[in-house]
Design a protein around this ligand. Structure first.
Ligand code: NCD
Length: 324
């Protein structure tokens, strides 16, 4: 669904829109990681600003709430010297009845160069990319339960920094896979980048049907699933997307699927613990694990800036190349 590689690349095969991970080439994902690496190195210095997107206007169009994603997209654009406008559409024109396309047309009339879109409907960013003016790039910042490709790339960046390479790695993704656009993008990215094994660990009620077809091994038992893993990715219970009671209680859930110090000991000694945030302490992860030495949760947030700088600058450069 919504795999449209041609839509994402320009006529020279360069990134134009970044909408999904599914179907991308390994070389493109590696290019993003390598570009992010150079931004991360320079961002660690005192002066964090680059003139790459000077004169460009980026609009963050967020139809759904966000803290980390919006803030890091905004910082990434600012550090690339772009002009940035962040719009919380939930409280804006669409609530007055304006259609999505009319909102886009009005923003286009303000001469923007890039839309970063978060929407509760799967396919929303693809829809905008299909209908917007040809010089504008669109980046998907999370569409419904479909994909969250920039989150997956910052996760891949964090894994590569900790483990150097993907081959030989066993990764477990634990929790609410059913409602998670992050998990879907991560599974595609890990398989494209050549991980040894991707496991999903969840109760049956929180797994999509035919989840095996995504290229994962399925576990319903955390103790069995964590054996020999190098990376553990915990997911939030997305209660806002659950329309029926899929779980007995939060404390029961933590007992079976929550990551405690004891459960963490089952994984490899040097395993890292990740979570896209926001975390629910005591529901999917204990505070001692979230704040403990194996956690890289805050590194994920820091890395989000460099990875988003990489994706935005690559998309804008391919647009410039097209125009020349
Ligand atoms: C995720 C999202 O919005 O999909 N969070 C994020 O982008 N940092 C995951 C979540 O909300 O649980």
């Amino acid at each position: 669904m919504f795999v449209d590689k041609d839509l994402q690349l320009n006529s020279l095969g360069k990134l134009k829109h970044f909408l999904s991970i599914q179907g991308q080439e390994q070389s493109l994902l590696t290019e993003i990681l390598n570009t992010a690496e150079s931004f991360a190195d320079i961002s660690a210095q005192q002066v964090k600003k680059f003139p790459l997107l000077r004169g460009k206007t980026i609009v963050n169009l967020f139809f759904e709430n966000s803290t980390r994603t919006l803030a890091t997209f905004e910082l990434a654009a600012t550090r690339l010297s772009a002009d940035v406008l962040s719009m919380n559409i939930a409280t804006s024109a669409t609530s007055k009845g304006e259609s999505l396309l009319d909102t886009i047309r009005n923003l286009e009339a303000m001469q923007v160069d890039m839309f970063v879109v978060r929407h509760s409907l799967s396919g929303a960013a693809h829809f905008i990319a299909q209908h917007t003016a040809p010089h504008i790039s669109v980046i998907n910042a999370g569409d419904g339960q479909h994909e969250h490709p920039t989150q997956a790339m910052l996760d891949m960046f964090t894994i590569r920094r900790a483990k150097q390479q993907f081959s030989g790695l066993r990764i477990a993704i634990v929790g609410d896979i059913l409602h998670s656009r992050v998990a879907r993008s991560q599974v595609h990215a890990l398989n494209i980048l050549g991980a040894e094994e991707v496991r999903v660990i969840a109760p049956k009620t929180l797994l999509p049907v035919e989840v095996e077809s995504l290229g994962v091994s399925v576990y319903h038992d955390l103790t069995a699933g964590l054996k020999n893993v190098d990376v553990i990715i915990m997911l939030r219970l997305q209660k806002e997307r659950m329309n029926s009671a899929l779980l007995p209680s939060e404390s029961e859930y933590f007992k079976c699927f929550g990551l405690s110090d004891e459960k963490l000991k089952i994984a490899n000694k040097d395993a890292i613990v990740m979570h896209p945030g926001p975390i629910n302490r005591g529901v999917e992860i204990s505070s001692s694990v979230a704040d403990g030495p194996q956690s890289v949760i805050l590194q994920q947030v820091t890395n989000g800036i460099a990875v988003r700088m990489a994706i935005m600058s690559m998309a804008m450069q391919s647009n410039n190349a097209r125009a020349e």
